[in-house]
Design a protein around this ligand. Structure first.
Ligand code: CMC
Length: 435
């Protein structure tokens, strides 16, 4: 290693070879990286890191996480400040453009989003191909992916102006598609978006209004939803974001890349955990059952996890969970639902788990999904829509990261290598001779 004034390098000794000096690329915050791009040509070896536990797949200026301290920053701003002081679209602007907007910039951005919320009328026919009981995430994967069929011919992803229009369309239309998925599942008519409503209120309107009577959005509900959207907006190189980058790296349609992100988000280890948490709390049923449930979680043979707990990056309290825990109390009180049995179970479960040797030793803390479902349920959102709302919120993060990838001259098609452990080359055996 060299001193602080000259670039650092890491020296790697490989048997039978001269030692290799690998450059260390410095970060502005958090760990730097050993640049292994030249490793294969210098040594004939690959690196091996299934699950990417020690591998940076890109450089990014959007989001920073300090998992040890439980800190989350978007473009340098604390998530707690953004959740308290911004609207969701203000945070979208920040993620996309790198700076908080002025009032005029925000007004212009809101205008662009608002005027892209309708979907092509032909889209509504796509829904009829689905069973009414389809999971909303399955429907969203299909319908968001289908946007690529509506906006394909003229799309040049290297043109920043066209990318901006794609960005506006996706942020505007994904909530419309999510609400349509819900309406279809309950057999109600689709509700067109309303341009006089803010982003969260418009979504609540599309979810809960019906054509035969006026629907007044409750501002407490709209603010609570807006905060949930902010808390889910981006989270650096998680599984779904990495999926979007990987698909986008091939030059595929961004609508198809976002559909792939939605697919990755659906899994219970990722965004699907919010739905799983609520089902788990309902299954536990009462505070008196917590101890036996935790015994099951700790028994490795049971294959049961405490959903909403643990995180690849956070080895401390997820700051988003802290905001949501406080918000759950406030929202339930404002909605007159102060005594919520699920919130009581969740809080007691958290308290017992945080004192339990199993969770302490493994640094398992509540994550963003632990409390979000309780708030969403209090807003009247059905459990099966929880992950769809996560997808709606994360669309901005996916598209911001996709834009950053397209603009990064160092990015290539994503193409990992492997450690091959299969058969060596062998002679082909004709079917008659196989016995
Ligand atoms: N309940 C019980 N044990 C757990 C849990 C949990 N929720 N999470 C991790 N562990 C144990 C795991 O069994 C392992 O124990 P051991 O060392 O004895 O084998 C140890 O902790 C490390 O776990 P891991 O699976 O190697 O850790 P990971 O970084 O690969 O997984 C995770 C991270 C989020 C997938 C995992 O913690 C998990 O499955 N949590 C529950 C699902 C969940 O809440 N997901 C939402 C994540 S946050 C939002 C999002 O990303 O969408």
């Amino acid at each position: 290693m060299s001193d602080a004034t000259s670039p650092r390098t890491a020296r790697l000794s490989v048997p039978g070879r001269e030692p290799v000096e690998l450059p260390i690329l410095e970060s502005t915050m958090g760990p730097g990286v050993i640049d292994v791009r030249g490793l294969y040509s210098a040594t004939g070896l690959f690196t091996y890191d299934p699950g990417y536990t020690s591998t940076a797949s890109c450089q990014s200026k959007i989001t920073f996480i300090d998992g040890e301290k439980g800190i989350l920053l978007h473009r340098g701003y604390r998530i707690e400040d953004l959740a308290e002081k911004c609207s969701y679209l203000e945070v979208c602007y920040l993620l996309l453009r790198g700076e908080l907007p002025t009032r005029a910039q925000l007004d212009e951005f809101v205008h662009h989003i608002t005027y892209h919320t309708m979907v092509h009328e032909q889209i509504s026919y796509l829904f009829r191909g689905f069973r009414r009981d389809s999971h909303p995430m399955a429907v969203m994967i299909g319908v968001v992916g289908a946007l690529s069929a509506f906006y394909y011919e003229d799309l040049d992803v290297d043109d920043p102006h066209q990318r901006m229009i794609v960005t506006h369309r996706l942020i505007a239309k994904v909530p419309t598609i999510a609400a349509m998925a819900y309406k279809y599942s309950v057999g109600q008519p689709f509700m067109y978006p309303r341009n006089d409503l803010d982003y969260a209120s418009n979504f609540l309107h599309m979810m809960f209004a019906v054509p035969c009577e006026p629907y007044k959005v409750n501002p407490v509900m709209a603010r609570a939803l807006d905060k949930i959207l902010i808390l889910h907006a981006d989270h650096e190189q998680n599984a779904s974001t990495s999926t979007v980058r990987l698909v986008g790296s091939t030059g595929a349609s961004p609508y198809a890349a976002i559909a792939a992100g939605i697919a990755a988000l659906w899994g219970p280890a990722h965004g699907g955990a919010n739905e799983a948490v609520l089902n788990m709390l309902k299954q536990i049923g009462s505070v008196s059952n917590i101890k036996s449930f935790l015994e099951k979680v700790k028994d490795k043979d049971s294959n049961t996890r405490l959903m909403g707990f643990g995180h690849r990056v956070y080895k401390n309290y997820d700051p988003r969970a802290a905001v949501l825990k406080k918000s759950a109390d406030e929202v339930l009180a404002e909605l007159g639902k102060k005594h919520n049995p699920l919130l009581e179970i969740a809080k007691e479960l958290e308290k017992i788990a945080l004192e339990d040797e199993y969770f302490v030793k493994r640094k398992l803390f509540p994550n963003v999904d632990f409390y979000s479902g309780i708030i969403l349920e209090a807003l009247g959102i059905p459990t099966r829509m929880f992950t769809a709302i996560f997808a709606m919120a994360r669309t901005v993060g996916w598209i911001a990261q996709w834009n950053e990838m397209i603009e990064d001259p160092q990015q290539k098609i994503g193409r990992p290598r492997q450690l091959y452990v299969g058969e060596r080359e062998r002679p082909f055996v004709p079917i008659e001779a196989r016995g």
